[in-house]
Design a protein around this ligand. Structure first.
Ligand code: M6R
Length: 591
């Protein structure tokens, strides 16, 4: 949550920072701001709203050092005062921050001699730095001392009017340094600078980097110098852009055939699963606990079906946010698997830390390379989905399902070969986009939807409902179709469309019964069914077919695709901000 960026180089700072902020807006977009060091003065501009909508944006000024921020409000409402950068009282120090300072009230009391102008937790940082400089410390020492006073999570970038340098540091929030030719970029995420350089240093917790014409990194707690390797960003500028698509979400939906192929590439060989990064003696694992949030949690639920059915190992799935607070019964015989796109979700990170405290084995399924959860887990399998920018998760979800399917087969010593055709099958569904779009048009003015599924497609009903509600603001509920009679059926009338996920699987005859019950009460039915299912054609008002070639455990990779497309077009017909839905941000780094 919140995107930060800094630039130090050859003088195009403002333009580069503004460009970078546009790439980071998916992390938060209620207000933004930049500070530019120009002719030994710091100029600041802050605005509410999205940066793309800003009028008279002057990105042409000089300035070899500039920092910027795009905000997702936590402390204090959306206002110019609360937007970053935050300044010291003498306007010489500018700071941008992502994260939460837990002890900010205490620090505010200590800094009572200074005038605060915002309601944020962040403002204590420039004032702590100033307090240290007022005591005679230079800028670097003052920042270091300030960092040691902060509790909570943070990634910060700071600059000072009188110092030809930029300082950044992190604890618990992501921060990457892009290393170019005589220029450096600091950002919450690499898409902010990938068009300038693909060489990057991923900072670790407690790192503080002082950037002048070169970089010096130290551990701000011990004061010792540390060395960090430069790694190569493994995606291209095109991957991080929208291409010809109207929205990132639509582009990411269409990328799924390739993503699925990339996720499994090199991981299936001679009827075996090859995941050399996983080295776990499964004989010593009595049970698996899976944790995640939002869409990643639904991937865990699908994974639970896959692993239990294919390998026979007992699995329980929990919201990461609940896991840590309920004294979970895990021990060294438990394998805790965390699923996360960003690798930065605060609750999932805390769940993994809790599992480690209890001596459980930990494995994470992560998209963003080098992210906090990837680093914190004993072992990690990367999903290789590439940058996912749309706030609504699509390709990350399908890539997570692929990895979980591979893991299930690896645990069972079985042949995962059937997954090899899934990319092609998703491609076939995408060819039906026009028809799905027409269905979306037909229903886009409805105010409520029910999504119903059974067995391994029950979590897909939950995911379909989440997709719709988060981008279209329509109330949608996912339910087990079997649970209908225990309450939700009371909602059925001719204003309640029901989306049934009803492929020909082991629960098919039961779900046909549930559809009949809805029809008998005047409800309209959109069915996701198996190609060639004539019975469903007669029964449902609208049918979207998925190919019949995938077996039951792989069906969710197909049935979710029409649900993503329906949600996308319904939101589009309602003129919603699809890639940046209200109140949301892509990675939830606060609890
Ligand atoms: O980065 P993560 O996968 O850990 O994120 C988890 C959820 O915040 C995320 O899936 C969220 O639910 C999406 N907006 C759903 O589309």
């Amino acid at each position: 949550m919140c995107g930060i960026i800094g630039y130090r180089g050859t003088g195009k700072g403002p333009a580069i920072v503004i460009q970078g902020l546009k790439k980071l807006e998916y992390r938060g977009y209620d207000s933004w701001g930049i500070a530019v060091k120009s002719k030994d003065r710091i100029k600041v501009r802050k605005e509410t709203g999205q940066i793309g909508a800003a009028k008279g944006l002057d990105a042409t000024g000089d300035g070899s050092t500039a920092i910027g921020h795009t905000r997702w409000a936590t402390h204090g409402n959306v206002s110019r005062e609360n937007a970053h950068p935050h300044m010291s009282t003498d306007n010489k120090i500018a700071v941008v921050h992502n994260g939460i300072i837990d002890n900010y009230q205490e620090l505010k009391t200590r800094l009572a001699n200074y005038k605060f102008v915002s309601q944020t937790d962040t403002e204590v940082i420039p004032l702590l730095i100033k307090e240290n400089m007022d005591k005679g410390h230079d800028f670097t020492t003052a920042v270091r001392l300030a960092l040691n006073d902060l509790d909570g999570t943070f990634a910060i970038v700071a600059m000072h009017e009188d110092y030809d340098q930029m300082i950044c540091a992190k604890k618990g929030s992501p921060l990457v340094i892009g290393v170019g030719d005589n220029e450096f970029f600091v950002a919450s995420d690499s898409p902010a600078f990938v068009e300038h350089t693909r060489d990057a240093i991923i900072l670790k917790d407690n790192d503080m980097a002082v950037i002048r014409d070169n970089i010096g990194i130290m551990n701000y707690v011990t004061g010792e110098d540390v060395q960090r390797d430069i790694s190569r960003i493994d995606y291209s500028v095109e991957d991080a852009g929208k291409g010809d698509y109207e929205h990132f979400m639509l582009k990411e939906i269409h990328e799924q055939p390739d993503v699925v192929n990339r996720t499994i590439q090199g991981r299936i060989s001679k009827k075996r699963t090859l995941l050399p990064e996983v080295d776990i003696d499964m004989k010593k694992v009595k049970r698996i606990v899976m944790v995640g949030c939002g869409t990643a949690y639904y991937a865990c639920l699908v994974g639970e079906y896959m692993i239990e059915s294919i390998s026979g190992i007992r699995v329980e799935t929990e919201y990461a946010s609940e896991f840590r607070y309920r004294k979970p019964l895990v021990d060294r015989d438990t394998l805790v698997i965390a699923v996360t796109q960003s690798g930065e979700t605060a609750d999932t990170l805390a769940a993994i830390q809790e599992a480690k405290r209890k001596k459980a084995k930990t494995l994470s399924v992560v998209n963003v390379v080098g992210s906090s959860i990837a680093r914190e887990s004993d072992q990690v399998v990367y999903t290789r989905a590439g940058p996912e920018i749309g706030v609504a998760s699509t390709k990350a979800f399908t890539s997570q399902l692929c990895v979980l399917y591979l893991l299930a087969n690896m645990f069972a010593g079985k042949d995962p070969g059937k997954i090899a055709s899934v990319g092609k099958l998703i491609g076939k569904i995408l060819k039906d986009e026009k028809r799905i779009m027409e269905i979306a048009d037909q229903y886009h003015l409805k105010n409520n939807f029910l999504y119903l599924g059974r067995g391994i497609n029950f979590p897909i009903a939950l995911e379909g409902a989440l997709k719709l509600k988060e981008i279209s603001y329509i109330h949608a509920e996912g339910q087990s179709a079997a649970e209908m009679k225990h309450g939700p059926i009371a909602l059925i009338d001719n204003q309640m469309p029901c989306v049934f996920i009803a492929p020909k699987d082991s629960t098919y005859s039961k779900i046909v019964g549930n559809i009949e019950e809805v029809k008998a009460r005047g409800g309209s039915v959109i069915a996701i069914a198996t190609q060639g299912d004539e019975q469903m054609k007669k029964l449902a008002d609208d049918v979207i077919f998925v190919p019949k070639e995938a077996d039951e455990m792989l069906q969710p990779l197909l049935t979710v695709i029409p649900l993503q497309i329906i949600a996308y077009y319904i939101a589009n017909y309602r003129n919603c901000e699809i890639d940046k839905p209200r109140n949301l941000a892509k990675s939830v780094t606060v609890e």
